[in-house]
Design a protein around this ligand. Sequence first.
Ligand SMILES: [Zn+2]
Ligand SMILES: [Zn+2]
Length: 318
Amino acid sequence: MLLRATKRPLELTEVPAPAAKDGQLRIRVECCAVCRTDLHVVDGELPDPKMPLIPGHQIVGTTENGDRVGVPWLGWTDSTCVYCRSGQENLCDRALFTGYTLDGGYAESVVADERFCFPLPAGYTPEEASPLLCAGLIGYRAYAMAGDARRIGFYGFGSSAQILVQIARAEGREVFAFTRAGDEAAQQFAREMGAAWAGGSSQAPPVELDAAIIFAPAGALVVEALRRVRKAGVVICAGIHMSDIPSFPYELLWGERVIRSVANLTRQDGVKLFEIAKTTRIQTKRTLYSLERANEALAALRDGRITGTAVLQIGASH
Ligand SMILES: [Zn+2]
Ligand SMILES: [Zn+2]
């Protein structure tokens, strides 16, 4: 499914199978979960995508040796810049990203740098594993930024939140879920997945929060979350793109409250998340689409009609 120009539907197209260069794996794609970042790429909200482009960066597939691997958003780094040399490869100045500046997984096959692919934990089907590749990974990086917070607010309860609430619960923490005002279905879903409380984004939770993670791409939520975190609490912006943050009184930041963003992922984040996924069996609610229906999946995500994660089923695992 090819993006020929931003703000246009993807086109079902035959393209030559990609050839693997040195150090790359050629992977037969089994499935690819849809991420909100795919929407930002298709909608032209991120600068300079490869064009034409095959989107998709939550890829599960099999190599020519028959090994099952996952391909994440971080597709390549130079390994020499100041960030790469200090354990911050997520910030590499020359990084390339799957489904953005490299072709991704809305396709029957993909090539990927072997060093950035992950082995997947046993016991997960391809469809179960695919949301872990970004919603899980970058979500986990954001969650780790909350430190030892016991009471965490999640603003937006979609693909990342449904995964992280399970990890938070397993670690004895409480999650407070904020959705669009009046979205009873999303609030019900959050409670079913283990949230201690769920309400609208401008509602006050029953307790002060130690931290909040913003998953929805709306800058106004940063201000809402600042109102709800205690002194020294942290508000973490997990998305790669967000609308402008409205101005707010300094008083909301006062008391050593912190606002920070999370960019991309390191391979170490993946190692940690997949280790957790071995002992905490992560369940996800998924809506399956065939590859040809990728535009429908994107439209449903854009309109807030996906509960959990949309996954494109591509290969012959079903
Ligand atoms: Zn670098
Ligand atoms: Zn993503």
